[in-house]
Design a protein around this ligand. Structure first.
Ligand SMILES: Nc1ncnc2c1ncn2[C@@H]1O[C@H](COP(=O)(O)OP(=O)(O)OP(=O)(O)O)[C@@H](O)[C@H]1O
Ligand SMILES: [Mg+2]
Length: 218
């Protein structure tokens, strides 16, 4: 089973959703390795990689590219004298029986010249793409822009949208899910309310997402 979690932007809730989903899958008897292969602003004890590992109940896996500067991965890598490339990243998950990968930043954020998170997502060869979008005005555009980008890699037919509630709700927050369902731009839309990971409402959203992920297993 392979799942990739991508976002319409940075800070939209990818780690929040990925952790909730990983925990739900483990609760349902599907162990997995949760990875963040590229992480900028990497600070060991408080990293996304550590949060994912906690949720999936395994030791932290240091990102293949653990970059200190909190800027776009391609810039952080360049400034560290590195070039991000997919080969060592692919090798990192090649032995996993089930993998969940969180990408770094937005779907089209650059990783290196000619390389974006879209390439990383395609490299996962995912059964499911979880697209995390902030549940606010603009979410419909964000979903369409990302699904069109995913379509260029034939990944648009396996998209589950997770609408993550931002700190401030707006006039669209309440309606985005039903509008997306009506537009038919995603196989499934799941709303993640503004709540702690352990909260029952987050767990319920994650269970719903997990159900679809498990159904898509090869
Ligand atoms: N639905 C939510 N409920 C509560 N907090 C949330 C929710 N979504 C996001 N957050 C919080 O917002 C902040 C940013 O979310 P998160 O770290 O998950 O974003 P991200 O897309 O993973 O960011 P990055 O691009 O840096 O990896 C975090 O503090 C997270 O806990
Ligand atoms: Mg994150």
């Amino acid at each position: 089973m392979r799942v990739v979690v991508v976002g319409a932007g940075t800070g939209v809730g990818k780690t929040h959703v990925a952790c909730a989903l990983a925990a739900a899958l483990v609760r349902r008897g599907q162990p997995l390795t949760a990875r963040k292969p590229v992480e900028s602003g990497y600070d060991e004890p408080v990293s996304d990689a550590a949060a994912l590992a906690r949720a999936a109940l395994h030791p932290t896996i240091t990102p293949t590219f653990a970059l200190a500067e909190p800027v776009s991965p391609h810039r952080a890598a360049r400034r560290a004298g590195l070039t991000i490339d997919l080969e060592p990243i692919r090798a990192s998950w090649s032995g996993d029986s089930a993998t969940l990968v969180e990408s770094a930043g937005g779907l089209l954020s650059p990783l290196a010249p000619g390389l974006t998170n879209l390439d990383l997502a395609a490299a996962v060869e995912p059964d499911v793409v979880v697209l995390v979008v902030a549940n606010r005005l603009g979410a419909l555009h964000d979903v369409r822009a990302c699904t069109m980008a995913l379509a260029t890699r034939a990944l648009d037919t396996r998209v589950l949208v997770a609408l993550s509630e931002p700190a401030a709700r707006d006039a669209a927050t309440e309606h985005n899910a039903e509008e997306l369902e009506a537009l038919g731009w995603a196989v499934r839309v799941v709303e993640f309310p503004r709540a702690l990971l352990e909260d029952g409402s987050t767990c319920a959203a994650a269970e719903s997402l997990a159900e679809f992920v498990l159904a898509a297993r090869p």
